[in-house]
Ligand binder design. Structure first.
Ligand SMILES: Cc1cc2nc3c(=O)[nH]c(=O)nc-3n(C[C@H](O)[C@H](O)[C@H](O)COP(=O)(O)OP(=O)(O)OC[C@H]3O[C@@H](n4cnc5c(N)ncnc54)[C@H](O)[C@@H]3O)c2cc1C
Length: 316
C-alpha cells in the first residue's frame, strides 16, 4: 500500500483547496485496510476520501490519517446483468464498461465525477435517478461495530479476503454485505454518511439490457445538458446545498442578488448559483464563511435552512 507522509491534499479535493495531512494511505484492497487497522490505534477514526468531488477541507493541516481510494481498489467485473465494482472505481470508467456490455442504468453517472464508494455514501444522482436505484448489495468494512451486532464475516475467518492479512488490533472490525434496503438510502444520504466508521469496499449493481447506441446517446446528451448549465471552468464540488423541500437553491440566491458574490478566493458561480467556484487563492475557512453568509441571508429572506450537501472535513 502506498503511504505518503505530509501528503499534499490539493489534488485530492476538486475545489483544489490547499491542505496537508500528516500521513495518507492509499489502500488497493481489503488486505491493505486490514493492514492499516492492524497497526493503528483503533480509537483514531481516519478520514476516508473517494475522488474528493464532494468535500470541503476545513483545515490547512490534519493530524488525522487519511485513507484515499481515488482510483485504487477499482476492479469492475461483469457477469450477465450484474456488475461488481470496487469502491475506488471512477464512475466514468464504470459507465464506459457498462456501455461496452450493452448494460443500461449507469448513464447519468457519466458526468457525475465520483468514485463508486463516494457515490454510495452520498447516494449520488441527478434528475429522478440515483445510485440506490440500481444497487443490489454493498460490502463494507465495519471498523467499530457495536458489540451486540450479529457477526457476519469476522476478520481472520476463512473466506474473507482479510483472512490472509495480519490480524488487526481492532477487535470488532469485520466485513459485512448488506442488501440495498439496509443501506437506508435517502436524498443524497445513506447509512454510510450517518456512520463514517463503515468503509465501503465494493458493491453489486443490477442493470438492464439495452441498445449500446441508445446507452451512449443518453450518456452524451446528459453530459451536454449539464455542461450547458453548470460551471466547468473553475474548481468546484458540484451543488453546495441540498435541495430544500419545495424550493430550488439557485433561484433563491439569484433573488438575493448573490450570483457572482465573492469572498476570499471563492464566488457563487455566475453560471449557476447553486455552485461555488474557486477563482483564486483561498482556504477552506474562507469557503465556509461564504457558505454561512449565504445560509444566513437565505434564512433571513425565505425562512429556509440550507443544509450543505458537501461533506465538511473537520477532523483534527
Ligand atoms: C462538476 C460536478 C458536478 C456534480 N454533479 C453532481 C450530481 O449531479 N449529483 C450528485 O449527486 N453529485 C454531484 N456532484 C458531487 C459529487 O460528484 C458526488 O457527491 C460524488 O458521488 C462524490 O464522490 P467522491 O468519490 O468524490 O466522494 P468524496 O468527495 O471523496 O467523499 C464524499 C463522502 O463520502 C465518503 N467516502 C468516500 N468514499 C468512501 C468509502 N469508500 N467508504 C466510506 N466513505 C467514503 C467521504 O468520507 C465523504 O464523506 C458533482 C460534483 C462536481 C465537481
Amino acid at each position: 500500500m502506498k503511504i505518503t507522509q505530509n501528503c499534499d491534499l490539493t489534488r485530492f479535493n476538486s475545489y483544489r483547496i490547499p491542505a496537508h495531512c500528516r500521513i495518507a494511505y492509499f489502500p488497493e484492497s481489503a488486505d491493505d485496510l486490514a493492514e492499516y487497522f492492524g497497526n493503528q490505534d483503533p480509537s483514531t477514526q481516519p478520514v476516508i476520501l473517494g475522488s474528493g468531488h464532494n468535500i470541503i477541507l476545513a483545515r490547512e493541516h490534519y493530524e488525522t490519517p487519511f485513507l484515499i481510494f481515488n482510483g485504487n481498489a477499482s476492479h469492475i467485473d461483469v457477469h450477465g446483468q450484474t456488475m461488481t465494482i470496487g469502491a475506488g472505481a471512477f464512475t466514468q470508467a464504470v459507465c464506459e464498461r457498462a456501455a461496452a456490455h450493452a448494460l443500461s442504468g449507469f448513464e447519468i453517472f457519466y458526468d457525475i465525477p465520483s468514485s463508486i464508494g463516494g457515490a454510495i455514501v452520498m447516494n449520488a444522482g441527478a434528475k429522478d435517478e440515483d445510485i440506490a436505484g440500481i444497487l443490489e448489495t454493498v460490502t463494507y468494512l465495519d471498523t467499530h461495530c457495536p458489540p451486540t451486532a450479529e457477526p457476519n464475516r469476522p476478520l481472520g475467518t476463512p473466506g474473507s479476503s482479510l483472512a490472509r492479512s495480519r490480524r488487526p488490533r481492532t477487535p470488532n472490525a469485520e466485513i459485512r454485505t448488506i442488501p440495498n434496503h439496509q443501506a437506508n438510502f435517502r436524498y443524497r444520504n445513506s447509512i454510510f454518511q450517518d456512520d463514517p466508521t463503515k468503509i465501503v469496499l465494493s458493491a453489486t449493481f443490477h442493470l438492464q439490457k439495452g441498445d449500446p447506441s441508445q446507452i451512449r446517446a443518453k450518456m452524451e446528451a446528459t453530459k451536454a445538458e449539464r455542461w450547458a448549465k453548470q460551471p466547468r471552468d473553475f474548481p468546484n464540488a458540484g451543488s453546495v446545498f441540498k435541495r430544500p423541500a419545495g424550493r430550488y437553491v439557485g433561484p433563491m440566491l439569484d433573488e438575493l442578488g448573490l450570483k457572482g458574490h465573492s469572498h476570499g478566493g471563492f464566488r457563487v458561480s455566475p453560471k449557476h448559483s447553486g455552485f461555488i467556484e474557486k477563482t483564486g487563492p483561498g482556504t477552506g475557512a474562507q469557503l465556509l464563511e461564504l457558505i454561512r453568509d449565504i445560509q444566513h441571508r437565505v434564512h433571513d429572506r425565505f425562512g429556509v435552512e440550507l443544509e450543505p450537501e458537501q461533506r465538511i472535513i473537520t477532523a483534527p
